[in-house]
Ligand binder design. Sequence first.
Ligand code: NAP
Length: 257
Amino acid sequence: MAYAINHQVVFITGASAGIGQAAARQFAATGCHLILTARRQDRLQALAQELTEEFSVQVHPATMDVSSLESIQTVLANLPEPLKKIDILVNNAGLALGVNRAQENEPDDIDTVIDVNVKGILYLTQAIVPGMVERQRGHVINISSIAGHEAYPGGSIYCGSKHAVNAISKSTRMDLVDTPVRVTAISPGLVETEFSNVRFRGDTARAKNVYKGYEPLVAEDIADAILYAATRPPHVQIADMIIFPTAQASATIVSKK
Ligand SMILES: NC(=O)c1ccc[n+]([C@@H]2O[C@H](COP(=O)([O-])OP(=O)(O)OC[C@H]3O[C@@H](n4cnc5c(N)ncnc54)[C@H](OP(=O)(O)O)[C@@H]3O)[C@@H](O)[C@H]2O)c1
């Protein structure tokens, strides 16, 4: 049965698009107060306005780059007083860049993807989880990927980064086992968001082609899973969820008609 989480404070990374944005909407509808972070402040402002008009919740939009510890520290130091005690951290910001073979990867792509997908989660965990332990309540929800469970050709950086997210999630769960703080990893398959646009650097036709010939997941499907994990009673810890569209059976097996 769902456990009430209204009035809890939720910190979401990558809230300006896709899964993070959909999760923000669902948490707001549940009555949670929100800290929305990403680099695109205009989008966060628009979302914050939409959510505060529709629901009676507090929403704090903050520009933040998860790959910069300084940027994270600045945001945390400037949180409004009522939002300082974070209950739920959704580590969602992430990206893939290209599908180069490992031997042809660009050093800049390696740095960006590892810094955002891997270091971002580690930075936020060390910055926010101590407060959760002190208050004896909290939940970390890391958005991983099927690429964290399987590898595929052209995925050396992204699959490597998401395998790291799964390892980080498991270690964090072990480190927090003697506390009430829960750790969940959610691993989606193909979700139609801006993800492929970013991966193919704005080549919209190529990005659209990823989702052609079958019905992909939408961001709301993953937001549902995030809310499911967050609304279990405190003694229930969803460790890991893999979610595919029905037409997908593995990282590389997709039935396209
Ligand atoms: N879509 C899929 O098929 C799929 C499948 C499995 C897993 N995932 C994972 O799901 C998560 C969300 O992806 P999505 O599909 O919703 O993609 P998306 O629509 O491209 O959204 C990605 C979000 O991450 C943010 N972001 C990127 N770099 C950032 C940085 N340096 N600092 C702060 N925020 C940053 C973006 O915001 P700004 O650009 O405004 O900073 C954006 O809000 C990612 O971790 C992704 O790996 C996606």
